[in-house]
Design a protein around this ligand. Structure first.
Ligand SMILES: C[S@@+](CC[C@H](N)C(=O)[O-])C[C@H]1O[C@@H](n2cnc3c(N)ncnc32)[C@H](O)[C@@H]1O
Length: 215
């Protein structure tokens, strides 16, 4: 993982965002909404700019921050994003309206594990971004990867989970230890997946980039 000093250094180099975007960052900070870390989202946006996906599926909208950033970075892309928390879903709609990204972003309210049929109507997707309940990553991947186009990519956030994956046995609380074990199991499963090539980058909270082999 990047040290706090290097992270601050990189953050200081990142250009200021538009006022509406910084307002969402501020709201997230004040209300403890877990949105993507700045260095992490910048890295993801750069990868997406290289891939130029026409359709993106995001699992875990929160208040719309990453979906809005993707829409602004990729003006020709359409994004379907899933959120199960009513208050966050509504706040996401508010910010999407405010940032003029409603034409590009479609938010579906509900548990991602129960939205497959609805999501399938929008597929196939050229990129997917998994950023919801960490203990369910494997299920999200298995459920939605059939909707990924040939050569598509799947990005999973938080796969290093503050570095805890490297010291799972030292974690004292059972609940956290079990969650970290699930993330470790997901990482191993993903790195071994016969149809995907994956690299884990130590930016943000750890990001896995999985590319479908496309044979
Ligand atoms: C880390 S936040 C997403 C942050 C967002 N991607 C961003 O960077 O702006 C994770 C969100 O996923 C939602 N979530 C967790 N499990 C979910 C599920 N099974 N279905 C839908 N949403 C889920 C949570 O309510 C939370 O708002």
């Amino acid at each position: 993982m990047l040290s706090p000093e290097v992270t601050s250094y990189l953050e200081a180099l990142i250009p200021k965002r538009e006022r509406e975007i910084e307002e969402i960052e501020q709201y997230a900070k004040e209300h403890n909404v877990p949105i993507m870390e700045l260095v992490g989202i910048e890295a993801m946006l750069q990868i997406l700019k290289l891939v130029q996906p026409a359709k993106i599926l995001e699992i875990g909208t929160a208040i719309g921050y990453s979906a809005i950033r993707m829409a602004k970075a990729l003006p020709n892309a359409n994004i379907v994003t899933l959120e199960r928390d009513k208050e966050r879903y509504e706040r996401a709609l508010f910010y999407i309206e405010k940032t003029n990204t409603a034409k590009q972003i479609h938010v579906l309210f509900g548990d991602a594990l129960h939205l497959y049929e609805e999501v399938a109507d929008y597929g196939p997707f050229d990129a997917m971004f998994i950023d919801a309940a960490k203990g369910q990553y494997l299920r999200f991947f298995e459920m939605y990867e059939p909707l990924l186009s040939k050569n598509g990519i799947i990005i999973t956030d938080n796969v290093l989970f503050k570095g805890l994956v490297a010291r799972a046995e030292q974690i004292e609380t059972k609940r956290l230890r079990n969650l970290v074990k699930k993330i470790c199991a997901y990482n191993e499963w993903l790195m071994d997946h016969p149809r995907y090539d994956t690299v884990i980058l130590p930016v943000g909270d750890g990001m896995a980039i999985s590319k479908k082999r496309g044979e």
